[in-house]
Design a protein around this ligand. Structure first.
Ligand code: NAD
Length: 250
């Protein structure tokens, strides 16, 4: 590794699992001091062992504004002002337009859209001028996929926020960009499958939809997150990096 993020303070929401954990681990390898958040303290503690010595973990729900205020206060007091914020926490909720319940709709909107919006708003006073914010959207933000309407709409909202937030934060030189993954090998499939076998079958099928015939890895997303977090991407704002094995463009 190249110390691209040496001594920078990074926060990764939902950093206890999957893509967020992959980003937190790679940021730490690049020299950053990393704070992760997540819903489950045991999962956070396990993840911290993988991330390394200077990392801290804070339990909290991104759809709860009081939790967000507490999270950023804790980060500031333990690590200092924030250089990079990765808004990654999210849930995968599936259902066709005919079947999705109001409860499912509210859950996916509250965590993926409202959670993303306020994860940035409540961080503003703790962010350094010139900070980089990375919003994790999804390849489906620009594609119609069966059973994904509400989920995809939340991810399209997140992609839009990168543009508007960048415009709002110009005077502070805070850049906001979007990373949009295709299917990635994470525990998320277990949250919508009824068994491990079904989760694995779903993952394999999703990999099969990509031109490269495989799912991606969290570390492949993390490599792009390092680029967005570092000064290498200093001319990039309001934009999107699509990492989807070619699904959308081929
Ligand atoms: P995951 O289930 O492995 O991890 C999700 C993380 O978000 C966990 O740490 C969890 O604790 C946290 N989280 C969920 N709800 C939360 C809440 N209310 N408050 C705080 N933390 C919460 O999932 P993943 O696959 O790593 O997904 C991470 C992000 O990437 C999500 O936003 C997801 O929509 C997006 N994404 C995933 C894929 C994929 O194929 N895995 C593809 C495109 C986009």
């Amino acid at each position: 590794m190249s110390d691209k993020l040496k001594d920078r303070v990074a926060v990764v929401t939902g950093g206890s699992s999957g893509i967020g954990l992959g980003i937190a681990k790679r940021f730490a390898r690049e020299g950053a001091k990393v704070a992760i958040t997540g819903r489950n303290q045991a999962a956070i503690d396990k993840a911290l062992k993988e991330i390394g010595a200077d990392s801290i973990g804070i339990q909290g729900d991104v759809s709860n504004l009081t939790d967000l205020v507490r999270i950023y206060k804790t980060v500031e007091s333990k690590l200092g002002k924030i250089d990079t914020l990765v808004v990654n926490a999210g849930v995968y909720v599936l259902g066709s337009v005919a079947d999705l319940t109001e409860e499912q709709f509210d859950k996916v909107s509250d965590i993926n859209f409202k959670g993303a919006f306020f994860s940035v708003q409540k961080a503003l006073s703790a962010l350094k001028d010139g900070a980089s914010i990375i919003l994790i959207s999804s390849m489906v933000n620009g594609k119609g996929v069966p059973n994904h309407s509400a989920y995809s709409a939340t991810k399209a909202a997140v992609r839009s926020l990168a543009r508007s937030f960048s415009a709002d934060l110009l005077s502070r030189r805070i850049r906001v960009n979007t990373l949009s993954p295709g299917p990635i090998d994470t525990p998320v499939f277990s949250t919508v499958a009824s068994s491990e076998a079904e989760a694995n079958a779903m993952k394999e099928a999703m990999g099969g939809f990509t031109p490269v015939k495989r799912v991606g890895t969290p570390d492949e997303i993390a490599a792009a997150a390092v680029y967005l977090a570092s000064d290498d991407s200093s001319f990039m704002l309001g934009a999107e990096i699509l990492l989807d094995g070619g699904i959308r463009e081929l």
